[in-house]
Every structure is written in C-alpha cells, then in structure tokens.
Design a protein around this ligand. Structure first.
Ligand code: ATP
Ligand code: MG
Length: 572
C-alpha cells in the first residue's frame, strides 16, 4: 500500500475521550474511528490488523477440526425465552422490534441460536462430536463503554460451540480447544496466561480464561511460574497458616483510639503491625440480620468467596452505617468480635491470630490483647480473602500477581442449554439423549487493543510482528527532491512485495520528521529508510521499532535481511 494514496489522519494530541492507551493510540494512529459510544469503524490500516488476528484464529480453529459457519446477528426473542435468558440477561441485551411488533435482540452471544440449529441438524450420535464456530459481530450494551476496543458495545468475537454425546467427548474437545487457544496467542506474539476460572466447587463446570498480561488489565491473576498454577484472583484459594495458634499471652485491654477507624490509623497509633490487627466487616446476612466477617488487617475481602457463605446475602452488601451503629453502638470503624451479638466468620489467617487488636464496639475505642476462645467465641473459619503475592498456590509454589486482559474464555456448558431447548440425538441404543455442550469465545477485536496495551512506548504502538498491519515500512526521504530515490524505492517496493513481504510505502511528500514520528506511532516492526545519501553508497537504513538501533544494510542484501528478521520475529 502506498501512503500517498491513503487519506491517513494521525492525531498529535491524545483524544480526551480515550482513557486507556490502546484506545488513545488506535485513534491517534488512525486505525479506528468512533461512530458513537462504544461503536467504531475500522479504518484501512486498522482493518488489516483485525484481519490478521482473524486469520490466525481461523487457521487454528480449522486445524482443531472446528467447522466455520456464520449465524445471523439478529435473533428472535422466542429462543431466548426458551432458556429464560430473555428476562435474565438484563440491560446488556439490545432489544429490537420489527414492523410486526415481534421482539428480537442483536446477539451478544449465540448459545440459543446454535442450540436451535443443533436440535434441527443433529439427529444421531454418529454425527457427534461436532464443533461449529463463527467470527462475527456481537453487541452488548455495556454500561461504561469507555475503553475503546477493550470494552466496546459492538465488537468482533470468535465463538465456537461443541456438541457431544457424553462428558468424556466434551473433555476431549475442551482440551483440543485449550490447545488451539494456546497456539493462537503464541502465534500472535502475545505474552499470556491460561487461568482457571471455575470456582473449584464440586460439580462446578470447567472453565478457563486466557489473559494477555498488561499492567492496565481489569483482572488480577495469581500465578506461579514454578508450579504452573494460574487463576483469577477472584478464584485462587488461600489456605490456613500451618501450625497451631499461639497461646494467649497478653491481657485484654480497652484503649482509647479517638478518630482512628482504619487499620492504618489504628496500627500507626498503637504501634502494632497491620498483620496483628483484626478487620471486622459487617455485611448483610441471608436471614436479614448482619454477619461479621473478620480478616487480618493486611488482607482484603474477596467478594466472590464471601458470597459463597450460606450465612451471607447475595449479592454481597456492606451493612449501612445506621445498622452498624444500632448493632455496635459505635460508628463504622470500631466493630470487633468481643461481645458482638451476630454470627462471625473469620478468614483462616485471622482465625490464627493471638494477642491481636480489634475494635471494642464503642465509639473511639479498640481492644488490645484480644484472643479467640478467651475474649470472643472460637470463630468459624473460611477462606474469605484475596491471595497476596507470596501466598502458596494449591500446588505449593509461591504466587505472584499480575494484571491481565481477558481475551478468551472456554467453558464446559454441560446440558444447560440443550436441556432447556430439548436438543437431543439418538444414542447407540436408539434412545433420545440430551447433548452435552462446550462453548469457546475469543475477543477478536479486544485482542487488537490488548496487544497495544502490552506493546507500546511513548512514541506509539510496537506491534508484535504477526499482528502488524504490514511487515515492513519503507520510508522514502524527500521523494520530490530526487527521481533516483523515488525510482529505487519503487523498485524495492515491487520486488519485496513479489517476494511475499507486506510493505507499506511512505512515498508522501512530507517532512522527514513527520514521517518518522508517524512511523513510530503506527508501530510496524521493521522500518527501512531510503534517501539520497544512502542510495549513493548503495545502502538503506534499517531499524526495528522495538530496540531502536539503526543499521545500514546493502540494498542488494535488504530483502533477505528483512525476511530473516520477519521470520525471527514470528518465531519469537
Ligand atoms: P468481560 O468479563 O470482559 O465482560 P465476558 O466474560 O462477559 O467478558 P464472554 O462472554 O466470555 O465475555 O465473551 C468471550 C470474549 O469476548 C471475552 O473473553 C472477551 O475477550 C470478549 N468480550 C466480551 N465482552 C466484550 C466487549 N464488551 N468488548 C470487546 N470484547 C469483549
Ligand atoms: Mg468471559
């Protein structure tokens, strides 16, 4: 592609509406344009990136034996009523009415449509297993679509759905998909982690998420490189500290702590580390009363785990200041286990504390030297907290925590949809059997944003080679000044393309400084500059976008050099 023939507008300033760096750079580099909130047009250069991602996804789905189809984006309400999701899916669902007053939605996902298809098309166990996939536009009316392609309303997803006679067959396809996903993200040149997303509860369905690691990620991931464990922090379990609890040594003492409500303030005032302070959180109970959740002062509550307690109301709700005052006689910040008249559940680590500090259920007072079993009832213990760096993984190794962007999700659905929609086949004995299902999503357009979140610098995007809109940027210095330079550039452009390189030729009549800055912003990994001086010496100047060192390459060697570098980048 010749830049002289592309209306390409880059932006010097960061657009005010863009909060995350991928959104900023996608707009600044002219890869996408906003139509309205959460809805974007893919511009020529941006679309090339999306297509490259799609291509890798498609190749790996095909290799894994999945069958490509394309389902309608608009779906009749009746199918969603069959599964009960017409009411349950809520405001994310964009509802549409046609001229006959019939209800439809713009598909946020396709379980209903595919299950309807499967119940019509699949009759016999002999046709199973089968895995259908599509790459298609979805719509979810997200509340805060403010992160560009990361959380758009209209976005491109690859979704696949597999159908099986039994669990063993589902397990097999699920494993094949997990492998295919690993290959996809590896081939795209992204640093990623596969994380357990299931709750670990018995009978819970298997589910794994694929996260691109980036500091700006919305999710926190706990992982251990030594033992291979990785899970969403929401799901990673914590364990009771080993060994017995220390015997009480201190006496229970009431101390004045005026205006000290937070753990930080109390620990500072009393000179006791946060690890020896107890955080007592009051939440709404399942029976309408309150429940106390006790954590070590340096730990944080995990809402998913708290909601799993039968005593606790779902969704988790903190008690109001009025109810806390009515219960403890004190404002928020002074609750503690001594004399507290509601059920208390302590995190495992909090249950191992001795001689600790806790609120005294009186305005401006705490207790020191508190001990379970002596000053307060022996607590019921549960896993209530988020893992911290250094905590052991379930396999024993030390955990690290990183941030991630969910780009893929694979899920064992079981018979949830097939049962509701009566999707059956005849088994070996001629009996009707409800099919077992798996579903497998990839956020194709989100991958484009996630790649930028992971790969950028102050100058702009640094594309992983396999996702870059072009392999090579051939930048011509002052083409208007020299016919020889223009002719030489033209020759290289044709020759390189013939050899299979994707080349973007910057043949514009623009200042070199502008062209360099825009090349950096766009982020094609391999940049070659051709100019009058170099041409006299028979060389071009090569630079890799990531490391920035310039290198002179003989024009006669340039093609082989570029192919070598491109292939090395793809393999890395
Ligand atoms: P999230 O938790 O980020 O809202 P999800 O778990 O609801 O996503 P899935 O239903 O698992 O999403 O969809 C499959 C994939 O589609 C996700 O892994 C994600 O990569 C992508 N995706 C979901 N919602 C969006 C969105 N609003 N914009 C872009 N991509 C999205
Ligand atoms: Mg998901």
């Amino acid at each position: 592609m010749r830049l002289s023939q592309l209306p390409w507008n880059t932006l010097k300033e960061t657009p005010a509406e863009a909060e995350v760096v991928s959104h900023q750079l996608l707009l600044r580099a002219g890869l996408i344009r906003r139509l309205t909130s959460g809805i974007f047009t893919w511009m020529p250069l941006g679309l090339r990136v999306l297509r490259r991602v799609e291509q890798v996804v498609r190749e790996e789905m095909d290799r894994a034996g999945a069958l490509e189809i394309l389902m309608p984006a608009v779906q009749p309400a009746e199918l969603w009523q069959e599964t009960g999701r017409w009411d349950r899916y809520g405001d994310l669902l964009l509802r549409i009415r046609d001229r006959h007053e019939r209800d439809y939605c713009f598909g946020p996902t396709h379980e209903e449509v595919i299950t309807d298809l499967a119940r019509r098309e699949l009759r016999s166990y002999r046709q199973l297993p089968v895995n259908y996939y599509q790459i298609q536009t979805k719509f979810r009316d997200e509340i805060r679509p403010r992160f560009g392609l990361m959380r758009a309303r209209e976005f491109v997803m690859k979704d696949a759905y597999s159908f099986h006679l039994d669990q063993a067959s589902l397990d097999e396809s699920y494993a094949t998909m997990a492998g295919a996903y690993g290959r996809i993200f590896t081939r795209l040149g992204l640093r990623f982690r596969t994380v357990e997303a299931d709750s670990g509860e018995i009978g819970g369905s298997r589910s794994q998420e694929f996260h691109v690691l980036a500091d700006s990620g919305e999710d926190a991931i706990a992982y251990c490189d030594a033992d291979g464990y990785a899970a969403n922090v929401e799901m990673a379990p914590t364990f009771a500290p080993r060994g017995p609890r220390a015997a009480p040594a201190a006496t229970l003492t009431r101390v004045a702590t005026p205006a000290s409500r937070t753990i930080g303030e109390v620990s500072g005032l009393l000179g006791v580390p946060a690890q020896r302070c107890l955080k007592t959180l009051l939440v709404e109970g399942a029976d309408g009363g309150l429940v106390a959740l006790a954590l070590r002062g340096d730990h944080t509550l995990n809402a998913v785990k708290a909601e799993r307690l039968p005593q606790v109301a779902k969704p988790l709700a903190m008690a109001s200041p009025e109810r806390i005052l009515a219960l403890t006689g004190a404002p928020t910040g002074f609750a503690g286990p001594v004399g507290l008249a509601v059920p208390l559940v302590a995190d495992h680590a909090a249950g191992k504390l001795a001689d600790f500090v806790a609120g005294a259920n009186a305005d401006g007072f705490h207790h020191t030297g508190v001990n379970w079993g002596r000053d307060a009832a022996e607590p019921v213990c549960a896993d209530l907290r988020n893992v911290e760096p250094g905590d052991p993984s379930p396999h024993g190794g030390p955990l690290q925590i990183a941030r991630g962007i969910e780009v893929g999700h694979i899920f064992q659905l079981g018979t949830k949809y097939s049962q509701a929609m009566k999707a059956t086949v005849l088994d070996h004995d001629g009996q009707e059997r409800v099919m077992t299902m798996g579903c497998y999503g990839i956020g194709v357009s989100r991958i484009v944003a996630a790649a930028i979140e992971q790969n950028h610098d102050a100058q702009g995007i640094v594309w992983p080679g396999p996702m870059s809109p072009f392999d090579v940027m051939l930048l011509v210095l002052n083409p208007k000044n020299s016919d020889a330079v223009t002719a030489a550039a033209e020759k290289l452009y044709l020759q390189w393309r013939q050899a299979g390189l994707e080349v973007l030729l910057d043949d514009r009549d623009a200042r070199p400084g502008v062209k360099f800055a825009e090349a950096d912003l766009l982020g094609i990994p391999h940049r070659v500059v051709i100019g009058e001086r170099g041409l006299k010496d028979g060389v071009v100047e090569y630079r890799h976008r990531r490391d920035g060192a310039e290198e002179k390459v003989a024009i006669s060697d340039a093609l082989a050099f570029l192919i070598r570098n491109r292939d090395a980048g793809a393999a890395a």
